[in-house]
Design a binder for this molecule. Structure first.
Ligand code: ADP
Length: 591
């Protein structure tokens, strides 16, 4: 069947067309009543399906036009509408001659069913074509405008309602929007705050991390240094816990002790205390116990038996460190002092033998001095005899002897006198060692005054200028002997002087430990070769003529100075004079 569909909405047209063509109908469409009339007149249409509310000419008008047209009156007319759903609308439509009003929405099945009902009725001729259409124009218009006004009112109401609803919805939306915006603002602020906090804590964390890293690096470095130190020092580093068990010992222990750290950890006392020398073990244990109990420093030297059975000496030191739990643990280090101990022992043995030797020497010296004394004393008697009898010989029998004989007697007497002087010096020398005089506090000024008086004759004879430094100190010494030293040195200074104006100067200077006295002359001087030799017994330089003496004076000086714990020496140049110096220590030497 060819069906005309009338609707101002293209979408509705399209849907309707699809539905109807799907059911095998042919479809002609128009967008309003006027266009529909045109199509109706030019075509043979089997059914009209029309919307009501349309521009130009609405559905009611179209229906009225059709039902008043003799050519179109018989075509079944169906309203298909969503707006005119009122009972009165339906009645008006039917009164206009419409065959059916289908109210949207209706599902396609039901729609085709209703349409087929209309088609069937039209075929049967049961449609009410005779239904009197609204003939009266005025009646129709009144009714029509009433319907229209009602619809418009309805529409206005609906629109107002919708406007009100929309306003409400808009307000709600606005309110929601505002709360949303507020919440967004709050959230944004919160997020910003959180971001700030996060950035700050991130920075803090980064700083902390880098600090930690630095600290870790420092710890690692210092650990490396410690490890390399432990590995490279010859000493052995160790640690024990509060129970006394070895918790660490450096690997080089094996070189010194023969046992590996592992053997020491596992061996306990058997591999340490058990191997310490029986004479040392008590000392070591006591020191170690006080270290762990009282935290007192541990510093012991002891012998221990190596793995190979050899004894070695160790110097072991440790300190105690308090752990967090409050107990003490020990950190120590020991070194192998076997070599040092051996050297010490050798030195001790050497010292002992030296002491023994010097004791022996002192004894044999004393014996020698005794012997010298006895011999020189005993020699004096027969010498005096020779001297006396050679004198008698010269006096009583001299005239009977010829010149030669008298010369012999004179030589004999001269030798006897010289020998007696030598013996006298020997006696003096032996007395220095044998007789110990009491030390006294002596003012050197007055001691020199006395020496000057003793030498008065020689000083005047040679017109010596003797200069003594003023304010000489007071010293503790054997007064007689020190005076003898000064006398000997001054008389030598006078004796070995060929100057017109001999000058002898006596001076003193002191340091922390000793006084140094010096006797300087402007005499003949001494060649460097003899500076040491002249202190030997009976050592004389140059010709005897013109210079009296035996050559024992400086030997006696040296012996006296050395007995006081000092030393004596000379500085001299030939022709320029000599300076003899000697020291007297401030504290008396322990005999
Ligand atoms: P003596 O004076 O009896 O010869 P000494 O032992 O006193 O013996 O001196 C040893 C020698 O040292 C002297 O013979 C002399 O040659 C030399 N001697 C000592 N004192 C001086 C001096 N002041 N100047 C030069 N020579 C000296």
């Amino acid at each position: 069947m060819k069906i005309l569909i009338v609707d101002d909405n293209d979408e509705n047209l399209y849907l309707l067309e699809s539905l109807l063509t799907g059911k095998g109908h042919e479809v002609v469409s128009a967008s309003n009543g006027a266009e529909a009339l045109e199509k109706l007149r030019g075509d043979s249409i089997g059914m009209i399906i029309s919307d009501i509310f349309m521009p130009k000419m609405d559905g009611f008008q179209l229906c009225r036009e059709c039902k008043q047209d003799d050519g179109l009156r018989e075509i079944p007319f169906v309203f298909y509408t969503a707006i005119y759903t009122d009972k009165k609308d339906e009645e008006f439509a039917l009164r206009l001659g419409a065959d059916k009003i289908i109210v949207k929405p209706v599902d396609p099945e039901r729609f085709t069913e209703l349409l087929e009902g209309v088609i069937a009725n039209s075929k049967k001729g049961s449609l009410p074509p005779s239904r009197a259409p609204i003939g009266e124009e005025a009646v129709y218009l009144k009714e029509y405008s009433e319907r229209l006004i009602r619809k418009l009112e309805q529409k206005v109401q609906e629109l107002e309602k919708e406007v009100a609803q929309r306003k409400l919805a808009e307000e709600e939306l606005k309110a929601i929007n505002e709360t949303l915006e507020q919440r967004v603002a709050e959230r944004t602020a919160l997020a910003e705050r959180r971001t700030e906090e996060l950035t700050r804590s991130n920075a803090e964390l980064e700083a902390e991390v880098s600090e930690r890293k630095q600290a870790e690096q420092a710890v690692r470095k210092s650990e490396e240094r410690y490890r390399s130190l432990v590995a490279n020092i010859p000493d052995v580093v160790w640690t024990t816990d509060s129970e006394g068990n070895t918790s660490f010992i450096s690997p080089n222990v094996e070189q010194i002790y023969g046992y590996t750290p592992q053997e020491i950890y596992e061996g306990g006392d058997r591999v340490w205390f058990g191997r310490i020398h029986p004479d040392d073990i008590e000392k070591v244990k006591k020191a170690y116990e006080t270290l762990l109990a009282k935290g007192k420093k541990y510093d012991v030297e002891y012998r221990i038996k190596r793995k190979d059975g050899r004894w070695i000496w160790l110097h072991d030191r440790a300190i105690a460190t308090r752990e967090e739990a409050g107990q003490l643990h020990a950190d120590g280090v020991f070194s192998d002092i076997t070599e040092r101990k051996r050297a010490e022992e050798d030195l001790k043995a050497l010292n002992e033998s030296l002491e023994q030797r010097s004791e022996e020497l002192a004894r044999s010296n004393a014996e020698l001095e005794d012997f010298t004394y006895v011999v020189s004393h005993d020699l004096k008697e027969p010498l005096r005899g020779i001297e006396a009898f050679s004198g008698f010989l010269a006096a009583d029998y001299g005239d009977r002897l010829n010149e030669k004989g008298q010369e012999y007697i004179s030589v004999l007497r001269g030798n006897a006198v010289r020998m007696s002087a030598l013996i006298e010096d020997l006696l003096q020398l032996s007395r220095v060692g044998r007789v110990q005089q009491e030390y006294a506090t002596v003012a050197v000024d007055s001691l020199l005054g006395s020496a000057r008086r003793d030498l008065q004759f020689a000083l005047e004879e040679k017109k010596v200028d003797l200069r003594i430094q003023p304010d000489l100190p007071t010293i503790t010494c054997d007064e007689v002997r020190i005076k003898q030293v000064f006398t000997n040195l001054i008389s030598n200074a006078i004796k070995f002087n060929d100057k017109q104006q001999p000058v002898v100067e006596i001076a003193c200077h002191e340091d922390e430990t000793a006084y140094t006295f010096s006797v300087r002359d402007n005499g003949i001087g001494i060649d460097k070769r003899y500076h040491e030799k002249i202190f030997g017994i009976f050592q004389r330089l140059g010709p005897r003529e013109g210079y009296e003496g035996t050559g024992a004076g400086l030997t006696i000086c040296r012996k006296i100075v050395e007995a006081h714990g000092g030393k004596i020496w000379v500085e001299s140049k030939v022709g320029e004079g000599s300076t003899f110096s000697f020291t007297i220590p401030k504290t008396r030497r322990q005999e």
